[in-house]
Design a binder for this molecule. Structure first.
Ligand SMILES: [Zn+2]
Length: 384
């Protein structure tokens, strides 16, 4: 554990242990006739740990000394939540299970303890158990929304898309019109699976539903093209995919190879030329770049293809495959001095305005200034 993150944990823990100590004192005064000796002893033991800056041990002692009753439920809940946040899910689980077993809880307290336990299970990766508890909470007024949200997280993780659709739609009934993108993606997941299984009729229905949720769902258009392609309807596939070049150029880049294949299969040479020259950005993946470059080479010849790459890079910025290609050509002496100078100038010009300096290795988040804690994924020390 790094110095900074231990500081982060120690102070709240000491504060919490201290407040448990205070509560325990009050508790002890109230019941001194019954439990005086035991609690007194435990209390001072806990206090001792606290003074020695061992909040973990202090908390353990206090927890043993504290009976669960209506006055201490909140403390137990706070403590359980703290353990979970600290990553000590076992301890959190024990506290919450212990709470639920008490008959003295009010209904509201019991539901809260069940919710906390569901989060413990979720964090521990016991998704079936978490699911059962969320299902129980889903029919209560207070926890309905939060339980449906928990269920949708689980189904998403488990790739149970039909269930995910159902619970996400149930969330929407209360908050009208929300989550349409999310549900559209779930339908796309189902469509992808159906296409893989060659169940084209189901796939078409899923895609219709996806577009019904989100009319602008580019992923659904991409998959409609795929569905046509798989069924050898190459012209239809081309129509779908070419519409992406305008609405969603990044996605269009994913199907460059198949689009070029479609032009070949339909014998549309003029269409291919237009596509290679105008419709498509330089592909970002090595394979697609190679297919695009070879097709350009066949249609326009090598020097024209290289000039095209340079022109496109000036508009779009550098990408790995194109840079490797130019680097190779430069080392082979196949790029003339003028073009080299032009390229260098252009890239330096772009780099001077660049405002990404650090990237999180956990999630790929780009920032200009250095952070210790990634604001996107919550990882420590993740910027390089
Ligand atoms: Zn991150």
């Amino acid at each position: 554990m790094s110095f900074l993150s231990s500081i982060n944990w120690i102070w709240p823990a000491i504060a919490l242990a201290f407040s448990i100590g205070v509560a325990l004192t009050q508790y002890w005064y109230k019941r001194r006739n019954r439990t005086k000796g035991r609690v007194n002893q435990e209390y001072f033991k806990g206090l001792n740990f606290l003074l020695n800056e061992e909040p973990d041990k202090a908390i353990e002692v206090f927890i043993k000394a504290l009976e669960v009753d209506s006055e201490t439920v909140e403390l137990h809940l706070a403590l359980g939540g703290l353990f979970r946040r600290k990553g000590q899910v076992d301890r959190a689980t024990r506290i919450h299970q212990n709470l639920i077993a008490r008959p003295s809880l009010t209904e509201e307290q019991r539901l809260q303890a069940i919710y906390e336990l569901a989060e413990d299970y979720y964090k521990a990766g016991l998704l079936d158990r978490a699911e059962n508890l969320f299902l129980e909470l889903k029919d209560t007024a207070t926890y309905r929304e939060i339980a449906l949200k928990g269920l949708s997280r689980i189904y998403q993780q488990e790739k149970e898309w039909k269930n995910a659709i159902e619970v996400t739609k149930a969330r929407r009934n209360r908050k009208k019109g929300g989550h349409t993108k999310q549900v559209s993606h779930y339908w796309c997941e189902l469509a992808e699976r159906a296409i893989e299984e060659k169940d084209f009729e189901i796939a078409a229905k899923c895609l219709k539903s996806a577009l019904g949720q989100d009319r602008a769902a580019a992923r659904a258009v991409l998959l409609k093209g795929e569905l046509d392609y798989q069924q050898k309807n190459y012209r239809k596939a081309l129509l779908q995919w070419q519409s992406l070049s305008v609405s969603s150029p990044k996605l269009a880049g994913l199907v460059v190879e198949k689009v070029i294949d479609c032009f070949g299969k339909t014998g549309d040479d003029a269409g291919l030329k237009v596509y290679l020259l105008e419709a498509i950005a330089i592909p970002k993946s090595d394979d697609a770049f190679e297919v695009w470059r070879m097709a350009s080479f066949r249609e326009f010849g090598e020097s024209s293809t290289m000039q095209q790459i340079v022109n496109k890079l000036q508009k779009e910025g550098l990408s790995g495959p194109a840079a490797r290609y130019l680097h190779q050509k430069g080392s082979d002496g196949e790029i003339d001095q003028k073009m080299q100078r032009q390229l260098l100038n252009d890239f330096l010009d772009r780099a001077k305005d660049r405002n990404i300096e650090y990237t999180c290795v956990g999630c790929g988040f780009d920032v200009k200034a250095m952070y210790w804690l990634c604001p996107n994924c919550g990882e420590w020390d993740s910027f390089s």
